[in-house]
Design a protein around this ligand. Structure first.
Ligand code: DGP
Length: 113
């Protein structure tokens, strides 16, 4: 499985502003925030893209979404936030370890572009 910078964050080999962790996932502040609140929620398992997920990943994928909602509640933004998953280079993915962006704290326009 491919190694990315996020594996190093999971192993605490490089620092990150971690706001939540459990056995399946990790959530930390994005180093290049696109909104006042910009959190990345990642599985500990190395899944490069959503389109690489397999049936056995069902539980971890559901877990990520549940935790995203809980984190939004914790941050006090439960009524206005956006979750984004970029899948593939042409969709803007730069780190090939599946991650959910949680964006909040400003007006979020649509379409995202
Ligand atoms: P994406 O473009 O969807 O693959 O998003 C990758 C995000 O990861 C991007 O918003 C910047 C963030 N990022 C990349 N490297 C690091 C890092 O070393 N630390 C943190 N906290 N975020 C990172």
């Amino acid at each position: 499985m491919s190694e990315t910078i996020f594996n190093k964050i999971i192993r605490k080999e490089i620092p990150a502003d971690i706001i939540y962790e459990d056995e399946l996932c990790l959530a930390f502040k994005d180093v290049n925030p696109q909104a006042p609140i910009h959190i990345l929620i990642i599985p500990k398992k190395s899944i490069p893209k959503v389109s690489d997920a397999v049936k056995d990943d069902h539980n971890v994928l559901g877990h990520l979404l549940l935790k995203a909602g809980e984190i939004a509640n914790t941050l006090g933004v439960k009524d206005a936030f956006r979750l984004v998953i970029n899948n593939g280079e042409d969709a803007g993915q730069t780190v090939f370890h599946l991650h959910i962006h949680l964006l909040a704290g400003r007006r979020l326009n649509w379409p995202p572009g």
